[in-house]
Design a protein around this ligand. Structure first.
Ligand code: GGG
Length: 356
């Protein structure tokens, strides 16, 4: 009997619709050629256009609607009609926080055929950024107008929250991930010389959890030093675990080094599976190229591969990654990676590669 996968689709803003549409085409082709499973897509029109009509980024009952799907496939959020903090908190963070998707994994993959700005052989480079996705600098704690003195004398406070439980679960997740990799190493990133409370707690938890994994190499590195390391010694990286904000920034750097933000995939996981997990390209809505049919669909397609892994279809995920690899090596490329092809041309090439 065919397994039906219920996937909630939220294209969101800007290029989100183009790249998620591309991912759906590829997944349909994969299911068609594999047999044994198929997709039921439930699309939701939430995002900044929805906000213009309804005054909210998503249906107030949206989380209930998403609750019973197998996964969420998400495009991007952010458009000029809505302040960025309103759109991000109203949609993407509303889902990641309420569904306790506390582990955000962001692989940094160097594909043959894609030029890197690094002046070195990149063929053996491959690391994963593990982003704490529920607290830290994204706890949403703080306030404005605290001085009570109004414009010109405003005071705002933004508090980062680090709980021992929150640090422990993401750090342990990173160690478990390291055990599945050829290079068993976890690099923990903080700025605990300056952030003397939360990040010192993180460092302490890291040392304690590390003791449970004697076969995994470890190091604690300050975020400024790690930024330089990404560029100067990326061969020293395997699993990099960091707070919400630091990992967000580092993973953008990693994607750029791998050739383009347009290639980067991510998974927002609720590892306990109490809630659906959400899969999305790392890139945002890219208003400058939205609607022109030139966005790179690879980040969204690679995110679909992460979704297949999560849904218990690792063989299909590897097939999809192989197809992406073969198109990167010798197929059409979008402009961000030095080509002139459009979104559909690259999508068609991935579908053709699946058939080979
Ligand atoms: N597909 C990812 C996306 O839409 N990102 C928008 C954004 O601004 N994200 C910031 C963040 O999540 O930290």
């Amino acid at each position: 009997m065919e397994r039906r996968l219920r996937i909630a689709v939220i294209p969101g803003d800007g290029i989100g619709a183009e790249v998620i549409g591309a991912g759906q085409q590829v997944l349909e082709a994969l299911a068609g050629s594999s047999g044994g499973f198929g997709f039921d897509w439930i699309e939701y029109p939430w995002g900044s256009a929805y906000y213009a009509e309804h005054g909210v980024m998503m249906d107030p009952k949206g989380l209930e609607k998403l609750q019973d799907c197998d996964a969420v496939y998400f495009g991007a959020v952010g458009w000029e009609n809505v302040p960025d903090h309103t759109s991000l908190w109203g949609l993407r963070l509303n889902i990641t926080q309420n569904f306790d998707q506390w582990a955000n994994i962001r692989p940094v993959r160097f594909l043959a055929g894609i030029e890197s700005p690094l002046r070195r052989d990149t063929s053996a480079l491959d690391w994963i950024v593990v982003r704490e996705n529920s607290e830290g600098e994204y706890a949403g704690l703080g306030g404005r107008n605290l001085s009570g003195r109004g414009p010109g004398s405003e005071v705002a406070v933004q508090t980062a929250l680090f709980t021992e439980a929150g640090c422990e679960r993401i750090i342990r997740f990173a160690f478990e991930l390291a055990l599945t990799r050829q290079v068993r190493k976890v690099s923990s990133v903080t700025k605990s010389n300056a952030q003397q409370y939360g990040m010192v707690l993180w460092d302490e938890v890291f040392r304690r959890v590390a003791a449970d994994y004697p076969d995994v190499e470890t190091e604690s590195v300050l975020v400024d030093a790690m930024s330089a390391r990404f560029v100067l010694a990326p061969q020293s990286l395997s699993v990099v675990v960091a707070s919400n904000l630091f990992a967000d920034i580092l993973s953008d750097l990693g994607s750029a080094l791998a050739g383009s933000l347009g290639l980067a995939a991510s998974a927002n996981l609720n590892p306990e599976r109490r809630f659906p997990s959400m899969f999305e390209p790392v890139h945002g809505s890219a208003p400058d190229i939205a609607g022109r049919g030139i966005s790179n669909p690879v980040g969204a397609i690679a995110s679909a591969a992460l979704m297949l892994d999560h849904l218990g279809l690792p063989g299909e995920a590897r097939r999809l990654e192989a197809a992406i690899g073969s198109v990167a090596a010798s197929g059409p490329k979008t402009r961000d990676v030095g080509g002139a092809a459009g979104t559909q041309e690259v999508t068609d090439a991935v579908i053709a590669a699946l058939a080979q």
